[in-house]
Design a protein around this ligand. Structure first.
Ligand code: F6R
Length: 237
């Protein structure tokens, strides 16, 4: 396990990017795991720059995102699909068949969860996974109390997560109440994990992780059992 303390959001983004660049230079057909939200926006900017500078290519990359809302069209500006296209996919040479998000509009959502884990497995598994962390310790949409054994599944979003994510919607009532998310075990199955957290709001979440106590009340704590975890963290204060 590696803890890297940074002094700015930009530095966090650059350090995370450098790990992905190294991964791609070492294995051009890597399977990458991506996250959405505020934490990785700077990371995507950096990795697009590396692509534009000719340091890396996404020609042979396959990717899987952690999660997607249930019940909003994928072309809605608030969907994670739109976020990924806007922040990343449209700027690099990854082909549409090679990037994947759970389908929050599948007719059979349970079947979609099984299909998603299966398609990760068939890709050979995720080589490098990017994560953010919620103020309550959630990873992906695995809220406190989630079983550490969980695979991709349908979850009810907590009120605190809906309030946190309301910034991407016109009002709180528009924030979906459910999502499909990779489970804790699906995340633990990835080969390497980079967790990013920056800002005063995340200090308590990182302190709790650092304390070393592993409990299902704090989903991120299971990451302490992962054989290859890097935490890149910092705050303004
Ligand atoms: C996003 C995701 C979430 C976020 C977390 C932190 O795909 O899975 O777990 O990583 O909610 O969000 P930000 O980065 O917006 O603070």
């Amino acid at each position: 396990m590696k803890w890297i303390k940074v002094s700015s959001y930009e530095e966090m983004s650059k350090v995370a990017c450098s790990i992905f660049v190294k991964q791609l230079q070492h294995k051009s057909n890597s399977v990458l795991g991506f996250a959405t939200g505020g934490s990785p926006v700077g990371f995507y900017k950096e990795i697009v720059k590396s692509y534009q500078a000719g340091e890396i290519s996404f020609d042979h990359v396959r990717s899987f995102n952690l999660d997607e809302y249930i019940g909003i069209p994928s072309n809605s500006p608030a969907s994670y699909y739109s976020y990924m296209v806007e922040n990343f996919f449209q700027h690099v040479n990854i082909s549409k068949e090679n990037y994947h998000l759970p389908d929050g509009n599948a007719i059979d959502l349970k079947e979609e969860c099984v299909r998603y884990d299966k398609s990760i497995e068939e890709s050979g598994g995720i080589d490098l996974q990017l994560l953010g962390i919620g103020v309550n310790g959630h990873i992906a949409f695995n809220e406190p109390g989630t079983s550490f054994a969980s695979l991709t599944n349908i979850v009810n979003l907590t009120e605190s997560t809906r309030i946190e994510n309301a910034r991407y919607f016109e009002n709180i009532a528009d924030v979906p109440t459910q999502a499909i998310t990779m489970g804790i075990q699906s995340i633990m199955n990835t080969k390497k994990i980079v967790l990013t957290a920056f800002g005063d709001k995340k200090v308590a979440a990182i302190d709790q992780l650092y304390s070393g106590k592993i409990t299902e009340d704090y989903p991120a704590s299971q990451l302490l059992m992962h054989p290859n975890l890097t935490v890149i963290y910092g705050s303004e204060g």
